[in-house]
Design a protein around this ligand. Structure first.
Ligand code: ADP
Ligand code: ADP
Ligand code: MG
Length: 639
């Protein structure tokens, strides 16, 4: 076993890897950027080395600095986590050349699986079922269009170098093929520096089921499947293991195919074989096809750990240090059912925009496993993935685990940034998900999942109580200020009237009077027990089901002059991917103005109203900070 390991990552995954190292008595070295100087992973590790400024190109992607840090601190191995350098064969070569161990597969295995077309060809040869399609080197538009016709519409165009759902286009009919090809190639060229594509039969209403594999270079086992069909824009949101409706026969067939895939490349370490599955009439042994292999630890690996009892990072460390696989296939078993939900700082109603903020509160229920890289007081910075935590629950069966998931999500408390928590709660209750009959299109068909939380009169009154600090003390016993006339409290966009009453307060919201009464340490509103709530800065957050945050308006600031809808500001730091307007052009409300790329996503910024473009302050390729004016419209009267 290693004496000391460097973790070339940040956030929750760095913390999670450090934890397994600690259990094995392996000393840890963290690396960090200036934005992460106070981060949890830095505090958890035995030592930490600064890499550079916040941008990933200057820090977490600096393989040279990371190798040097390992040499300087005497670490023997480097664990890459996921993302960043984890699937970069050049980095693996550099680590090995420095006499260090890369805790992951060989550079050769990563190269073989790195391009989707080559990987599919290799898997086809190894006898693994692949999605029918075209993998040829001839990339001319005519040939690709002809091949698409042969495959039969609908087809999917995929960047061979793709990842994170980028460079992918669904084409429903031949007439749309040429345009879709152009845009897929353009996106692939920008994102991956490789415009080549493959064409695949589009499986309608499919499921995404993947198999966890583990190899030691000679042998391989699988640790069963995960169902990751709940996706938004091809990115996973809630994952589970095992897959609902899985039969012994299909599990054996998928497991065999996955092990065959791993053996075909002499795989060492943790990996995932992703399959696209036609589950419309139940799972079938001839109804799954290889999509790609991820040659690293997967974000959603905790659900596999929950049902198998295996610590996959422990296994990674053992196998990388030369030990054999800890268990044989016949020693691996599934116990119960697990779900993982990915909690993000993001503005869901605004289109899932990544959000930032300082966490005024962060509390998780004891019943869940929490993988997080932040704590109360931490900052969610604009520089990296805005993940707050992965919430994993386990139960004896799917129903019990799903109940635990809903409970855990209702008991999770975050203040200081907007989150996708309400979205996750609604998703966990979506009928097709509850029934286990979901497919990858479920989230797309349910836009109501992304609606903003609108508190009714009762929860609004409760928020007003917290806002005014009236939840403390016993005013009905003689709190002078509140003895007389009702007092007005401003909360969000509303104003309510509060009157002292026996055992609490009566609050008038519009025409309605709601009764807030103390119930031990809690409050009841018209008899209903309220969840915990918190005033932080100039805002109040009410936790629980459908959590919401309301700002406390500053009465003095009312009526102040703002940008008045004339300016399109960048909502976050990012790269200007495209500018769709020119100065002097007239636009209608909702027209595309600027496409901003931040983190893994593209964000379309639209005209706030119709008018004439007075100024365009950026061009494609510019890096912009948050709050910068990108496009200015001429004042309304001038239009
Ligand atoms: P998983 O199934 O593990 O979620 P993904 O391919 O969605 O696999 O990505 C896992 C992680 O890899 C992400 O959380 C992110 O950190 C990183 N990642 C993947 N693709 C990209 C990309 N195109 N740009 C930036 N980061 C990426
Ligand atoms: P990435 O490298 O971006 O993760 P994948 O090939 O794994 O790309 O595909 C991402 C997602 O796109 C899958 O999880 C699935 O939801 C969808 N997808 C991929 N291939 C197909 C297909 N042939 N038919 C239908 N959906 C697909
Ligand atoms: Mg994938």
């Amino acid at each position: 076993m290693f004496n000391k390991v460097l973790i070339a990552n940040r956030g929750e995954i760095a913390c999670r890897i450090i934890r397994s190292c600690q259990k094995l008595g392996v000393a840890t070295v963290a690396v960090y950027s200036d934005a992460d100087a106070d981060a949890l992973h830095v505090r958890m590790a035995d030592e930490a080395v600064r890499l550079g400024p916040a941008p990933v190109a200057d820090s977490y992607l600096r393989g040279d600095l990371i190798v040097q840090a390992a040499l300087d601190t005497g670490a023997q191995g480097i664990h890459p986590g996921y993302g960043f350098l984890s699937e970069n064969p050049g980095f693996v070569d550099a680590v090995t050349a420095a006499g260090l161990v890369f805790i992951g597969p060989s550079a050769d295995a990563i190269r073989k699986m790195g391009l989707k077309d080559a990987a599919k060809a290799l898997m086809d040869k190894a006898g693994v079922p692949v999605v029918p399609g075209y993998l040829g080197a001839d990339q001319s538009a005519d040939v690709l269009a002809a091949e698409a016709g042969k495959i039969g519409y609908p087809v999917l165009i995929k960047a061979v170098a793709g990842g994170g759902g980028k460079g992918m286009r669904l084409v429903e009919a031949a007439a749309d093929f040429a345009d879709a090809l152009d845009s897929a190639k353009a996106e692939a060229r920008t994102a991956f520096g490789n415009a080549d594509v493959l064409i695949e039969k589009y499986i309608q209403q499919p499921r995404h089921i993947e198999v966890q594999v583990f190899g030691d270079g000679t042998d391989a086992v699988h640790l069963f499947e995960r169902d990751c069909s709940l996706q938004r824009r091809h990115q996973k949101v809630i994952e589970e293991a095992p897959a609902p409706g899985m039969t012994d026969a299909v599990r054996a067939a998928m497991g065999d195919a996955a092990v065959k895939a791993a053996r075909a490349i002499g795989y060492s370490g943790a990996g995932t074989i992703e399959f696209i599955v036609d589950g419309k009439n139940g799972l079938r042994t001839d109804g799954f096809w290889f999509m790609e292999m991820n040659t690293r630890l997967q974000v959603e690996h905790p659900v596999t750990e929950a049902i198998t009892g295996v610590d996959l990072v422990d296994w990674q460390l053992r196998v990388a240090s030369g030990q054999a696989l800890p268990l044989r296939q016949d020693q691996l078993q599934i116990t119960g059912h697990a779900f993982e939900a990915r909690l993000y700082a993001e503005d869901v109603p605004a289109g899932f925009l990544p959000a930032t903020g300082t966490l005024a509160a962060l509390h998780f229920p004891a019943l869940a496993r929490i993988d997080s890289g932040v704590a109360a007081g931490s900052e969610i910075s604009p520089w990296y993935d805005p993940m707050i935590a992965k919430i994993t629950v386990h139960g004896p069966d799917r129903g019990a685990a799903l109940t635990a998931l809903s409970t855990a999500l209702a008991q999770t408390q975050v203040a200081g940034t907007v989150t996708n928590l309400g979205f996750l709660q609604r998703l966990a209750a979506a009928p097709d998900f509850v029934a286990g009959t979901m497919d990858t299109g479920l989230i797309g068909r349910m836009p109501e999942l992304a609606a903003s939380a609108v508190p009714g009169a009762q929860r609004l009154a409760y928020a007003a109580l917290i806002a005014a600090g009236l939840d403390r003390g016993a005013p009905w016993q003689g709190f002078a200020l509140w003895q007389g006339a009702p007092q007005r409290v401003l909360i969000g966009e509303e104003s309510v009237l509060v009157t002292a009453a026996q055992g609490g307060w009566d609050v008038q919201v519009g025409e309605q009077i709601v009764q807030l009464r103390r119930a031990g340490p809690n409050w009841r509103v018209d008899g209903a027990l309220m969840p915990h709530a918190l005033r932080h800065g100039a805002a109040v957050t009410v936790f629980g089901a459908d959590p919401f945050t309301l700002d406390l308006p500053d009465p003095l600031a009312r009526g102040g002059a703002g940008p008045g809808g004339d300016v399109v500001l960048s909502p976050m730091p990012g790269l200007v991917a495209a500018v769709a307007v020119t100065e002097g052009q007239s636009v209608a409300e909702g027209d595309r103005m600027v496409v901003l790329e931040a983190m893994k996503m593209e964000h379309v910024l639209r005209a706030p109203r119709s008018g004439i473009v007075a100024q365009v302050a950026v061009t494609a390729g510019d890096q912009v900070k948050a709050g910068v004016a990108l496009v200015t419209l001429a004042p309304e009267d001038a239009a």
